[in-house]
Structure formats: C-alpha cells, structure tokens
Design a protein. Structure first.
Length: 446
C-alpha cells in the first residue's frame, strides 16, 4: 500500500499542475466560471481522474511509434479539457493545444533528463524517494509556469476568435520539426546513449521556432482581422454621419418651408372664402406635419436622430420614451454622437422587434448631467438572456462575423472620451449605461 501511494505522488502532482497551467495559459489570473449543464467541480474531477490515469501510463511506449501514440493521447486529453471544460471553440482549442504542449513537454523532458544524468535520479524508477519526487514536481512546475508566463505576453485575450483552414494547416506544418526532434532515435539509427544532451538542446530550439511560427502566424492573421473590423466600423461610422448630415440639411429645408407655409396658411384662413379653402388648408397641414421635428432637446443632431428613430418605432409598434438634455451633448463630436445613439437605438429597436405580439415593446432613453459626468442610460425590452463572455454580450444575429459592431463602436467612442460603458440584464430589460466626464480631461484622445 505504501509503495502504491508513493508511486502515485508524481501522477497526481503532474495532473494537478497541468490542469492549473492549462487554465492559466488560457485565462491567466482572471476568474473563470464555466458555462454548462454539469457543475464545474464534476467536470474538473473527471478530467483529473483521466489525467492521473494517463500519467500512470506516461512511461509506456517511451520510444518509436509508442512515443507518438502517447503524444497523440495526451494531445487529445488537453484538447478535450480546452473544449469541454474551458469552453474554447474547436479550432482555437487546437491553437492553444500546440502552444501548451510544446513548452510543457520540453520543460518536463529537460528536468527529467537533467535529474537522471546529473543527479542520477530516475523519476520513472520504482525506487524514487518522496523527497526526490517533490523536487522533480516543483522544479518542473516552476519552469513550465515561467515559460508559459512569457508565452502569454504574446497572446491575445479574445477567446471568441477562430482559425481559418489555412491557419490550421500552417500550425501542423510548424509542429512537424518538433515532432521529428521529439523522438530522433526513431528516425535515425542512433541508440539512447548516442543521443546526448545536444539532442535536448536541439529539441528546445526546434520547439521555440515552432512556437514562434505558430504564434506569429496567428497574431498576423488576427491583426489583419482586427484591422478589417476597424475599417468596417470606421466606414459604418462615416456612413452614419453622412446620412445624418444629409437628413439635417433636409430637415432644415423642411422646417424653413414649414414656417413659410404656416404664414401662408394664416393668410388663407383670413380670406373670405368657403369650405374648399378650409379643406385645402387641412390637407396642407397634414402634408407638413410628418416633416416637423418631433423633439427639441437642445442639440440639433440629437433631434434628428430621435425624430428618425421615433418614426421607425411608431411603424413597429414600439414605444420610445426619451428624456434628453441635449445641452450636455456638446462634449461629443458629431460622428461620435451618431455612433453612440444611432447604434444604441438600432440595437434596442431590433431587440424589441423580436418580442412576440402582445408583449410590451418599450425603449427608455435618459441623457443627463450628474456630478461632472454625462450620463446616458438606455433600457429596452428583450426576449431572452443574451450570451455573455469576457464581460461582453455576444451578438444573436446569424451573420455574427459581419455584425456585432454596434456595441464595439459604442465602446470605442466612449473610451475615446475616457468614459466607461456597462451592459446588464435586469429581468426582461437590457440596460446600457454610459458615463463620460464633462471636464477638459474628457477631450477626445487622438
């Protein structure tokens, strides 16, 4: 019994270390709450038991095809943890798998070989003392933690991105040299004695090169995707601003015509004529009423936005209730004002449209000044709880790749003024809250 317990020290210790390090690589020091039907503790316990079993058999097939079979089994184990416990999408999990496996494997081999050849301690042997096992575990853990901490500096925190098919192929190609060096004796007519420390050095160099290729390729592609998203958002913002500028000119012209026609109507009413004149006057009034601005907030551009959205809401049986102090909106540039309120109201209208008939469709917008801040609070009815990951709500649209820019655009516009944005679900209401400083420090940052 004592021998069995002693033999379990390393498998249990390595499994616990690998689970911790894998979670650390993906989420760092952030708190992670698993989403799923099974409790997080149950899923973790299952993976822990499987990991211990694999560690017990870690020295089976230590060379040749047995070595590669062991690599394949461990890779599948890590992949299942990433997808089944850490909620990483399948393609991105393959990327994390490679980034995790290579440094962990090289560090473990380095500690194993160093202890065997320099200190004469065979970690895989049955005569291993508990103190030697703890030394091996701690050195291996600290070395792998150090290496993974360096790697995390070059990785992105967005866990919702995916990889293209070409990226997957490039990752496989980048890993092939490492797999070749991983078991050099299988490919070359060399014995274990002939493969000296130089092979471990070459393996480490090959692993570093493979990691650089994998991370560099992913970062370049992701940078390209982010740049395209930014260009799309900038184009969308520019297009929105142009549309509102055109509407402002049209509204100015209509308002001018409205005032001119109002004087003409007063003159006609003063004439001694019959019912036909009154019918003509009434028809003119009906024609010009839709073109009159519904709102007088103190900000002309805000009046245009609210007027347009109010007409849209009226056509979709949505109640729009704005309480807006337009005078405090002068801190915002015209393009940013269009981005914030245009996107926010569009999202709210779309959310209300999804409600079934008979349900209350209501949008409440409040704009006010409070303690040196511009406060914006928008509440709208919503049909269901939205998925939220990493503090952000995910789009529910089918074409998620080309949508979802609304909240991103609002957040970027608010952060431009050193403001903050918060989103939450309160019962059946989606609540968007923005706070922007009204001081000189809130001037847009270039």
């Amino acid at each position: 019994m004592a021998v069995w317990l002693k033999s379990m020290v390393i498998p249990v210790g390595l499994t616990a270390a690998e689970l911790f390090l894998l979670r650390y690589l993906v989420y760092g020091k952030k708190r992670y709450k698993r989403s799923g039907t099974l409790p997080s503790q149950v899923v973790l316990a299952v993976f822990f038991c499987v990991g211990v079993f694999l560690q017990v058999s870690r020295f089976w097939g230590s060379s040749g095809m047995g070595s590669y079979l062991k690599i394949l089994v461990k890779a599948a184990y890590y992949y299942l943890i990433l997808t089944g416990y850490l909620n990483i999408n399948r393609r991105l999990a393959f990327y994390y798998l490679v980034i995790f496996y290579i440094p962990v494997d090289v560090c473990d081999l380095a500690v194993f070989v160093t202890m065997l050849r320099n200190w004469g301690i065979d970690v895989s042997g049955s005569g291993l003392m508990p103190g030697q096992a703890f030394i091996y575990l701690w050195i291996s853990f600290l070395l792998r933690l150090l290496v993974l901490s360096v790697i995390r500096r070059f990785m992105d925190e967005n866990h919702q991105r995916s990889l293209s098919g070409m990226q997957m192929i490039l990752i496989v190609i980048a890993v092939l040299p490492f797999l070749y060096m991983r078991d050099l004796g299988f490919w070359l007519p060399l014995s274990n004695d002939e493969i000296g420390s130089w092979s471990l050095i070459f393996l480490g160099v090959t692993g570093v090169i493979s990691l650089l290729l994998v991370i560099g390729n992913e970062r370049m592609v992701y940078y390209h995707i982010q740049r395209n998203e930014l260009l799309k958002m900038q184009h969308l913002i520019h297009h929105q601003h142009e549309q509102y500028e055109l509407r402002r000119e049209a509204v100015d012209l209509v308002n001018q015509k409205y005032h001119d026609m109002r004087h003409q109507l007063m003159g006609i009413l003063g004439m001694d004529d019959v019912k036909e004149i009154h019918r003509y006057v009434d028809s003119l009034r009906c024609e010009i009423t839709p073109f009159e601005s519904f709102f007088r907030t103190g900000n002309q551009l805000m009046d245009i936005i609210l007027s347009e959205k109010a007409r849209e809401c009226a056509g979709k049986n949505i109640q729009l209730v704005p309480t807006v102090d337009g005078s405090v909106l002068s801190v915002l540039e015209a393009a940013d004002l269009c981005t914030i309120f245009g996107n926010a109201l569009d999202n709210a209208i779309e959310s209300c449209e999804k409600l079934p008939e008979g349900r209350s469709r209501r949008i409440t917008l409040k704009v006010y000044a409070v303690r040196g801040f511009l406060g914006i609070c928008l509440e709208n009815s919503c049909i269901r709880r939205m998925r939220r990951e990493e503090g952000h709500f995910l789009t529910t649209k089918d074409d998620a790749e080309n949508h979802g820019f609304g909240l991103k655009g609002i957040r970027q516009a608010v952060e431009k003024y050193q403001g903050v944005m918060e989103t939450e679900i309160q019962g059946s209401e989606f609540v968007l809250t923005l706070l922007i400083p009204l001081t000189e420090d809130s001037a847009p940052s270039s």
